[in-house]
Design a protein around this ligand. Structure first.
Ligand SMILES: N[C@@H](CCC(=O)N[C@@H](CS)C(=O)NCC(=O)O)C(=O)O
Length: 259
C-alpha cells in the first residue's frame, strides 16, 4: 500500500478495510500522495482487543497511525495531523470560523453518524458470530474490551441484537445527515466552505454506506446537490485508492482489495 515518495517520518497505518474511521484516514493519506505502509488489524480475530494493539490505541478501535513509532489515534485528529505536517494539497480552511465548522462537522459525524452506521454494519457482520458465543466466551471477550461503550455494543451483538425499530431509527439519522449535506452543498458546493476539505472526507465513508443501505437517499432525484458532490468525490483518485468496496465476508479481516 505504497504511493508516491514523500519526505518526512515513516507512516504505518493500522486499519480495517471496512472501518469508516480507517477509510477517512486512507482517503486523506492518498489525497496527500503520501508513502505509507499499512497493516490490517483483523477484527474477526479480535486483534484490536489484543494487548499489542491496545498499546497503539488504548481504546481498542481502529485506526491508529504510527508516525516514526509514535501512535496517533482518532481519525479526525490523525487527518488534522497529516494536513498540518503535509500542507499540500491543503485540506483545511484557513478562516477560523470555517475551521471551527469543519471540526464541528467531524465531531457530528463521529458522535452521531458513526453509532448509526455501526448498528447496520455490526448486525450485518458481527452479530451472526457473536450470538454463537457461550457465556464463558462472552465474558472473556468483554473482559478484553477497554471501554464501557464498546463492551455494551459487543454485549448487544451477542445477546440483545438491535431491533428493526432501532435499525430504522439509525437510518433516519443517516437521512438527516444527507439532508445536512444537501443544504451545505447547495450553499457552497462543499461540506465546509468553498473547497474540498477534511469535512468532505469525514462524510464520505458514511455516504457510501448510506448509498449501499438505502440508495434512494443518495440519488439525484432526492438530493440533487448532494448527488453531484458525491459523484465528484467518487471520481477522485484518492477515493478510488482508499478502496471502499461493498462489504464482503472478509472486509473486517485479512481481505485485500483488487489492485
Ligand atoms: N472516533 C474513532 C472511532 C473509531 C471506531 O469506532 N472504529 C471502529 C471501526 S469504524 C472499531 O474499531 N470498532 C471495533 C470495536 O468497537 O470493537 C475514530 O474516529 O478513530
Amino acid at each position: 500500500m505504497t504511493t508516491t515518495t514523500s519526505p518526512g517520518p515513516s507512516l504505518v497505518l493500522y486499519h480495517a478495510w471496512a472501518s469508516s474511521a480507517s477509510r477517512k484516514v486512507r482517503m486523506c493519506l492518498y489525497e496527500k500522495g503520501l508513502t505509507f505502509d499499512a497493516t490490517v488489524v483483523d477484527l474477526n480475530k479480535f486483534e484490536h482487543h489484543s494487548d499489542w494493539y491496545k498499546k497503539l490505541n488504548p481504546s481498542g478501535i481502529v485506526p491508529a497511525l504510527m508516525v516514526d513509532g509514535h501512535p496517533l489515534v482518532e481519525s479526525n485528529f490523525i487527518n488534522e495531523y497529516l494536513d498540518e505536517t503535509y500542507p499540500t494539497p491543503p485540506l483545511r480552511p484557513t478562516d477560523p470560523m470555517l475551521l471551527h465548522d469543519m471540526r464541528l462537522w467531524g465531531k457530528y459525524i463521529d458522535d452521531t453518524c458513526l453509532p448509526a452506521i455501526q448498528k447496520h454494519n455490526w448486525m450485518h457482520h458481527f452479530h451472526p458470530m457473536a450470538r454463537e458465543w457461550s457465556d464463558e466466551e462472552l465474558e472473556r471477550r468483554l473482559a478484553a474490551i477497554p471501554t464501557a461503550n464498546r463492551k455494551h455494543v459487543w454485549y448487544r451483538m451477542a445477546r440483545d441484537p438491535y431491533t428493526a425499530e432501532e435499525l430504522e431509527a439509525a437510518l433516519d439519522i443517516l437521512r438527516d445527515m444527507m439532508d445536512r449535506i444537501e443544504a451545505r452543498i447547495a450553499k457552497t458546493g462543499f461540506v465546509t466552505g468553498d473547497a474540498y476539505s477534511l469535512a468532505d472526507i469525514a462524510a464520505a465513508p458514511y455516504v457510501i454506506r448510506t448509498e449501499e443501505l438505502a440508495p434512494i437517499e443518495v440519488s439525484a432525484e432526492k438530493r440533487p446537490h448532494a448527488a453531484k458532490w458525491w459523484a465528484a468525490i467518487k471520481a477522485r483518485p484518492a477515493y478510488k485508492a482508499a478502496h471502499m468496496e461493498p462489504f464482503n465476508d472478509q472486509c473486517w479481516s485479512g481481505w485485500m482489495p483488487p489492485t
